[in-house]
Design a protein around this ligand. Structure first.
Ligand code: NAP
Ligand code: G4F
Length: 352
């Protein structure tokens, strides 16, 4: 049985990837960090919490990363953990540089020293292209395009991208960069714009909220469906040679189109509810990102199936369903966070 270690298993992609790999027959390990409130709701939501092995680790703590590798002895490492919110990276640029950037070297160095045969996936991002998406006139971006990061987050990811290539070329580690464009789902964090919009639209439609406050409505993104993107991560590690791939839908839509579509699903006019609020603007914002996934299609046989309209429908309908259940007295897993009694947390004490 193959073994995989996922850093950031409690996040959107980590949870979907855990489910995907379990369905493929993998023994799945994941790192999580201690928070004041437990955060396993996505794993519970996908009904995989009691099927994965959880190892306490923090990206700023090299020893905990080494321990996670020793406990899991993985064939494949999927490094997804990061401070992943672009807006927050302007508030905490140094911490983001450490956790999102430098920590990639901590993991690669631990792999080099303890298990150099392990394959490594790095969650790189379309944000690394940044201003290039504007300078090239909005054309779709591929693996050969110029990187021009526009946030501390993007700069940290660009460091991670290059260190991944350096460990591949210097030490022969099977290390790949997945350059993923935005991918969304009902498991997205609430602060990201698609989930924020879907959640507020659902609440407004049920009389639970009155307005939706947003920042830059003109920004354009290439939004895909997260469960399809985790399959691409796995495919990249099944190839003969390590390489880097863009994963995207090839379509860009503005935040304005997103709100128009989302309010339309519940039969409302967005102009009556959306307020532009300076708080949600960033000191710099990437104006437009659209990806060219033709290399991934040609080489690893991946292509997107869920397009923008369907994605927004999935997200809004799921939020309406959640809030209707909430009104009937049901509670979501994240309303009652807990360490479920039957769990599979592997601490050092078990190895002593
Ligand atoms: P996410 O939902 O924000 O998940 C991030 C994960 O990282 C969470 O499990 C989080 O743990 C963990 N984490 C954060 N700081 C940590 C630390 N100091 N030590 C250990 N773990 C830490 O992000 P996502 O959307 O799943 O994205 C997965 C990865 O892909 C990220 O690296 C992101 O930057 C990258 N990416 C995402 C997209 C996208 O559109 N989703 C596109 C391109 C690249 P907690 O649950 O404890 O906070
Ligand atoms: O949903 P967002 O916060 O995602 P962003 O910044 O594109 O980053 C996401 O995708 C990246 C891949 O390209 C990942 F690497 C990254 O980890 C993350 O998953 O914002 C999308 C756009 C931005 O232009 C933002 O300025 O929406 C604009 N926006 C307008 N109003 C807003 C809001 N974004 C948020 N989060 N909240 C608003 O109120």
């Amino acid at each position: 049985m193959k073994k995989a270690l996922i850093t950031g298993i409690t996040g959107q992609d980590g949870a979907y990837l855990a489910k995907f790999l379990l369905d493929k027959g993998y023994d799945v390990y994941g790192t999580y960090r201690r928070l004041s409130t437990p955060n396993f709701w996505r794993l519970e939501y996908l009904e995989v919490f009691d099927k994965v092995n959880l190892i306490p680790a923090d990206l700023s703590d090299t020893g905990s990363i080494v321990e996670a590798l020793k406990i899991s002895q993985p064939d494949e490492v999927y490094h997804l953990a990061a401070q992943s919110f672009v807006g927050a990276s302007f508030e905490t640029p140094v911490a983001t540089g450490d956790v999102t950037g430098l920590a990639v070297t901590r993991i690669l160095e631990a792999i080099r020293q303890t298990c150099p045969e392990t394959k490594f996936y790095f969650a790189a991002t379309s944000e690394m292209f940044g201003k290039t998406g504007l300078l090239n006139g909005g054309k779709s971006l591929n693996e050969g395009d110029f990187f021009y990061p526009m946030s501390p987050y993007a700069a940290a990811k660009l460091y991670g991208y290059w260190i991944t290539r350096i460990y591949r070329e210097a030490y022969g580690i099977f290390a790949v960069n997945g350059i993923l464009f935005n991918h969304e789902s009902p498991l997205r964090g609430l602060e990201f714009v698609t989930r924020k919009v879907a959640n507020e639209v659902a609440k407004i439609s049920l009389g639970l909220s009155k307005e939706l406050r947003l920042g830059n409505l003109e920004a354009k993104r290439d939004w895909g469906y997260a469960p399809e993107y985790v399959e691409a991560m796995w495919l990249m590690l099944q190839q003969k040679e390590p390489d880097d791939y863009v994963i995207a839908t090839g379509e860009a839509h503005s935040v304005k189109e997103l709100v128009e579509k989302a309010f339309g699903i519940v039969g409302l006019d967005w102009k009556e509810y959306v307020k532009v609020d300076r708080r949600f603007f960033r000191p710099l914002d990437v104006p437009c990102l659209v990806g060219d996934y033709s290399k991934a299609k040609r080489k690893i046989g991946w292509e997107p199936r869920t397009r923008f309209d369907k994605l927004i429908e999935i997200m809004v309908e799921e939020e309406v369903d959640r809030w209707e259940r909430w009104l009937r007295g049901e509670r979501f897993p994240w309303d009652a966070p807990n360490y479920p009694s039957e769990n599979r947390i592997l601490t050092r004490a078990l190895r002593m």
